[in-house]
Design a binder for this molecule. Structure first.
Ligand SMILES: C[S@@+](CC[C@H](N)C(=O)[O-])C[C@H]1O[C@@H](n2cnc3c(N)ncnc32)[C@H](O)[C@@H]1O
Length: 383
């Protein structure tokens, strides 16, 4: 059968357009096969292949005989799963260890997304992230300030986020969460103040979702940091036993590992690029105890930011170069900034447009021209 000139290039063009609009994030990772005409079905087929040397087929696009439109395609989910499974060989110097299956990250570029992380994270495949570091929104027990109906609703919300984090984190990798008990001031002279032990309730959630508890690191702030909360003033004046209340100057940095029967050594040995493992070695001084003395940070535009120092220690101890670091509660973008400095990739989600714009403004000048960073706005009916 004879076809008019340019038929195959038109098929490729239409297929490329389809990928760009349907799977924009994966455009850089898919290579088109040669368009072939199927005599029996009287249509054109273009295979979607991985870009690595093996060129595994991960999907197919079918076009009508006249090459005017796409008539059928492999489901998006399936393409993502296959792409993930094919373990994209991004680095030339991959050394294959004998009798081991190497672990490859999903090929996701740097991203900052405006949206609710519960919805946004549903869009990402397993093995998206190799480290999660986050500090969830504050729970305020006073109904007039809180955006949650009650404490249980707050915990349910966190559970939904944690389930999604679990789905997309690579096996045996770390989830690091900064949380602290919340102090509820007394409402009158006749009532007592109260502390809600949020970290212990979150522990139960993390455990039930499938994380193993590894460490409780204490972020120690300089003394005086918590005095303004008023806790401990009564005791300071009266010195009565039973009234003792220390001023909290610590926050928890809880470290969990995605449950697996494999030892951490397995994560190191099966890393897809042993050069990166070598480059990421922790040299020089390091924190020998779980007390980390770090000054809190202040940001004019965001009320609750991580100090860079805290994030850089977590990234240093719990990830390799080129890993993707996820913060589902992006805030002012500290995790993105520090991840970038430490040669890691990042994925941040933030639901407030104001903070999303703040990140755009403050982070963009830090990106080199050849670095791919997407600022996306999540829409429910995206694909
Ligand atoms: C404690 S702050 C995190 C600050 C961040 N660690 C930093 O260094 O800037 C929590 C952030 O989570 C955001 N947030 C709350 N609920 C969210 C949700 N459902 N999805 C995405 N972001 C959310 C808040 O707007 C807030 O900016």
């Amino acid at each position: 059968m004879k076809f008019e000139k340019g038929t195959t290039s038109r098929a490729r063009l239409l297929t490329n357009d389809w990928i760009k609009s349907t799977l924009p994030d994966l455009f850089d990772f898919i290579k088109l096969g040669l368009p072939e005409y199927d005599d029996r079905l009287e249509l054109w087929r273009v295979s979607l292949n991985t870009k690595n040397s093996k060129q595994t087929i991960i999907g197919e696009i079918k076009l009508d005989k006249a090459v005017t439109k796409i008539v059928d395609w492999t489901k998006k989910d399936l393409i993502i799963k296959r792409l993930n499974k094919s373990r994209l060989d991004k680095n030339k110097d991959v050394k294959k260890a004998k009798n081991t299956s190497l672990i490859y990250p999903a090929p996701i570029p740097n991203k900052i997304i405006l949206g609710d992380c519960i919805q946004v994270l549903d869009d990402f495949p397993p093995d998206t992230a190799q480290l999660i570091i986050t500090s969830p929104p504050y729970y305020n027990a006073k109904p007039e300030y809180s955006e949650y109906i009650d404490y249980q609703e707050y915990l349910d919300f966190l559970r939904r986020v944690i389930v999604r984090c679990h789905n997309i984190l690579s096996e045996g990798r770390f989830f690091v969460i900064n949380v602290s008990p919340v102090l509820i001031k007394r409402v009158s002279r006749n009532s007592a103040s109260k502390r809600i032990p949020i970290p212990f309730d979150i522990h139960k959630i993390l455990d039930s979702v499938g994380f193993d508890f590894i460490d409780d690191i204490m972020w120690v702030k300089p003394e005086g940091a918590g005095w303004n909360l008023g806790r401990g003033r009564r005791f300071a004046a009266d010195r009565q036993p039973l009234q003792y209340k220390p001023v909290p100057v610590t926050e928890y940095i809880l470290v969990y590992r995605k449950r697996t029967d494999k030892l951490i050594d397995w994560n190191i040995r099966n890393h897809y690029n042993q050069e990166l493992v070598k480059e990421s070695k922790i040299v020089g001084d390091y924190d020998k105890t779980n007390l980390w003395y770090i000054h809190p940070s202040h940001n004019k535009y965001h009320p609750a930011t991580f100090p860079d120092e805290l994030v850089s220690r977590v990234i240093r101890y719990y990830s390799f170069e080129d890993d993707l670091v996820l913060d589902p509660f992006g805030g002012s973008g500290t995790v993105a900034r520090v991840a970038l400095q430490m040669k890691r990739r990042f994925l941040l989600v933030e639901k407030e447009p104001e903070y999303f714009q703040l990140m755009k403004k403050t982070l963009s000048p830090l990106f080199s021209p050849d670095l791919r960073v997407d600022f996306d706005i999540f829409e429910n009916d995206k694909i």
